[in-house]
Design a binder for this molecule. Sequence first.
Ligand code: SF4
Ligand code: SF4
Length: 225
Amino acid sequence: MTYGVVRQSALSVGLDDVGLVSAQRWDSDALFMDQWVAHGFHGNMSYLERNSDKRYDIRELVPGAKTVIVALLTYEHSGHDYHRTMKSRLYELKQMLTDLLQPTGASADSMFSTDHQHIFCDSAPILERRMAVAARLGFIGRNHQLIHPQLGSRVHIGELVLQKDVPDEQRELSENGCGDCSKCIEACPGQALGRDEWDARRCVAYVTHKCEICQQVCPYNEKLK
Ligand code: SF4
Ligand code: SF4
């Protein structure tokens, strides 16, 4: 099985893009997150103070994990219940990959954990955006969102965890990052954004779930209109 096969399968079940990343421990993110939480920037998101071992290393969450398929689904394609849509498409992808492997004699069960959950979307302590960047799906913008060069930042992230190595033959990511842009920082009503940080306590979306200004003004989303 190759990345090309995984991506073709993912697109055919209605996902918008996928990338692969090896299961590993994210030491630099662990350091950053621990400091961010220690500063209290996470506000009332006390769940970020728990399960840090699992968050920083998915092998603690899914023993035997080797590869994570990181999937993106645009807001437009995910409908009202994005958790459900994402998970059902990841289950379809799992079934498709299982069917593809069976003719070669590979055991389907050995690909996925039978004892642990292996499909996730916003539901477990996982560094989703970090893994999406490592899977070359985009970059983290100054608005603190994952930005895919073509899909913009209005994307949900999901994961399908495999107990199998998949050869990495991915395309190069052609993106220029934020460059000199600071539109989201200037437009943020709560002054939650800095050039290198995000203070959840000042974020209106975090408090009311009713702000998307930093995504609306982003040129990566503008060009999709
Ligand atoms: S969601 Fe709104 S308040 Fe939060 S960082 Fe973006 S613009 Fe600022
Ligand atoms: S608005 Fe500009 S600075 Fe903010 S995330 Fe988008 S490109 Fe980056």
